[in-house]
Design a binder for this molecule. Structure first.
Ligand SMILES: CC(C)(COP(=O)(O)OP(=O)(O)OC[C@H]1O[C@@H](n2cnc3c(N)ncnc32)[C@H](O)[C@@H]1OP(=O)(O)O)[C@@H](O)C(=O)NCCC(=O)NCCS
Length: 304
């Protein structure tokens, strides 16, 4: 049967929900879809076999930049490994190229082999990698935060200066914020500051020894708070974890989700707070410059 691809509208919402229901539980895509269908910065597209929606993906442009995200790639369970995901992604890459995007981002967990395989096949390369784990309540016992470390809330301008003076605290070019990333530049930090508050821990000598920030999500299955944590030393990391667990307990959250610099992930392992299934988990930022891709004219979904 012929496969086609077109922009999705809000009237496709029920079909989007039905497709997602064939995959993991508590997917965020059904809730995010109405906003994508409505936004001038979003291009949700669907692959159809006849009238049946079998694949979806959205291009989300980051306003006032040449950055965009590939979000919510989903292929109906019965149609996996038949070229639908690559077909949808090739379309999104071509769309991004038309719109002048130079940085196309796609993020996924290290345990999602299909997603990683697809990203690599489509020409994406790993641009950043952070440690990842989540902890559900009841949260583990933890020491009280140290009175010798002082959290200071800083704006993007101040943080940008701090990170320039101190390239060791954050070694990568990007920073994670929940399941997204942004550049460590002033423009990137300003975008992130619209969604979070940066906290820098200052030690007794007045040096910045750690950076952390959080973002909360209220979903049908409970409230989760995501934390991004960078630290110069293990003691500061342990202190930030105590502050994070205090926040989780004080706000009545159900789950904490942690995105950590590679060093911090090792320290979390030694703290014993990482559940077994996340011992080797990380979270990847994949990147591609659509202007440098050669159009793949003959990409079409294979029928197997
Ligand atoms: C990830 C997903 C979209 C892939 O869609 P798909 O239509 O099955 O992918 P394709 O058939 O186009 O496969 C393209 C490439 O991806 C890789 N791939 C796909 N499924 C794979 C799997 N189960 N294991 C390893 N690699 C896989 C392969 O490299 C494949 O190329 P090949 O078939 O020539 O070897 C699909 O598995 C899915 O919907 N998963 C659930 C939702 C999800 O995880 N989305 C990713 C967003 S983070």
């Amino acid at each position: 049967m012929a496969r086609t691809i077109r922009r999705l509208e809000i009237s496709d919402h029920a079909d989007v929900n039905a497709l997602c229901a064939t995959l993991e539980e508590h997917d965020y895509v059904p809730d995010a879809f109405p906003q994508w269908a409505d936004s001038k910065d979003s291009e949700p597209v669907g692959v159809f076999e006849g009238k049946e929606l079998i694949g979806i993906v959205t291009l989300n442009l980051v306003p006032d930049s040449d950055i965009a995200w590939v979000n919510g790639l989903r292929v109906k369970a019965d149609y996996h490994r038949k070229g639908v995901g690559s077909f949808a992604t090739a379309h999104i890459i071509a769309l991004a190229k038309q719109k002048g995007v130079r940085t196309l981002w796609y993020s996924t967990g290290s345990n999602n082999e299909a997603s990683i395989g697809l990203a690599k096949k489509m020409g994406f390369v790993v641009a950043d990698r952070v440690g990842y784990f989540r902890v559900d309540k009841p949260f583990p016992p933890h020491p009280s935060p140290s009175p010798n470390l002082h959290p200071l809330t800083v704006g993007p301008e101040r943080l940008s200066e701090m990170l320039k003076d101190d390239s060791e605290l954050v070694e990568s070019k990007t920073l994670p914020l929940a399941w997204d990333f942004d550049f460590k530049t002033l423009a990137g930090l300003r975008r992130m500051a619209a969604e979070t508050e940066f906290k820098v821990l200052i030690d007794e000598d007045g040096r910045s020894s750690g950076l952390y920030y959080s973002k909360a999500f209220v979903r049908e299955d409970g409230t989760r708070i995501t934390f991004s944590i960078f630290s110069r030393d293990q003691a500061t990391f342990v202190d930030i974890m105590s502050r994070a667990f205090d926040d989780l307990e004080n706000t009545g959250a159900d789950r904490g989700v942690f995105f950590l610099s590679p060093k911090a992930k090792d320290w979390a392992l030694s703290l014993g707070v990482v559940p077994g299934e996340y011992l080797n988990s990380s979270y990847f930022l994949f990147q591609l410059d659509p202007s440098k891709t050669v159009p793949r004219g003959r990409i079409s979904p294979r029928s197997r």
